[in-house]
Design a protein around this ligand. Structure first.
Ligand code: DX5
Ligand code: ZN
Length: 219
């Protein structure tokens, strides 16, 4: 069953010089914080790592939803837990069989999620959905904020929603990339319950108003 919508601002679009202030501004108005970890290998960009996550943990009680765009994400699960992360999501493209990495996440006490890129078909993730607390449907190619929403992923999102519902699972379904007041609605209709929004929140003149506009668009 689809849950009430939750908004997860992506700090990739925030001003890293003022991260604590940027978070304090929106903290009471959002549900999770989406943290994009990039290593310059799995994606052609480098973002942030454990020291920043540990600092985030000190300034907010929001759940930290850490999206691992790295090679060997399994190597980072224990350090992530120690840094204070709540959930780690790994790409099915990195682990075509993610059973082992899911087990490591459980062992270290982290929530576990699977991320699927735009060109990767539903069938790649289908056998493993039950391992995940969250499935993340990428609606941009990972690596950069501020890209345009790829509408062609919506049928795949719908299939994931149908799978989760028919299997009686409570898996969260998150959509990541290009979410704004215009794209959040079709994503909600296709079955997403967690919405990552970077640019549309942190680059808005008033981020709190921007979050409200996202909620209103699907209200
Ligand atoms: C892209 C990241 C996204 C990104 C979303 O690789 O996974 O989380 O920060 O940013 P916007 O909302 O700007 O598309
Ligand atoms: Zn992300």
């Amino acid at each position: 069953m689809i849950k009430p919508p939750r908004i997860a601002p992506s700090i990739l679009a925030a001003d890293f010089g003022y991260l604590a202030d940027e978070i304090a501004r929106i903290e009471d108005h959002v549900d999770l914080l989406h943290v994009d970890v990039m290593d310059g290998h799995f994606v052609p960009n480098v973002s942030l790592g454990m020291p920043v996550i540990a600092s985030l943990r000190k300034v907010t009680n929001l759940p930290l939803d850490c999206h691992l765009m790295t090679l060997n994400p399994d190597h980072y699960l224990e350090p992530l837990k120690e840094a204070g992360a709540d959930l780690a999501t790994v790409h099915i493209e990195v682990f075509p069989d993610p059973s082992g990495v899911a087990e490591i996440a459980r062992d270290v006490g982290l929530g576990f999620g699977l991320v699927i890129n735009p060109p990767t078909p539903f069938e790649a993730i289908e056998p493993f959905i039950e391992l995940a607390d969250m499935v993340v449907v990428m609606s941009v190619h990972p690596g950069f904020g501020g890209q345009a929403f790829i509408e062609a992923v919506l049928p795949k999102l719908e299939r994931i929603r149908n799978f989760v519902d028919s299997a009686g699972l409570s898996t969260d379904i998150e959509i990541d990339g290009g979410i704004d007041p215009g794209t959040i609605r079709p994503a909600r209709e296709a079955g997403a319950d967690v919405f990552v929004a970077g640019t549309s929140v942190f680059r808005a003149p008033d981020p709190v108003l921007a979050v409200r506009e996202l909620r209103n668009a699907i209200g």
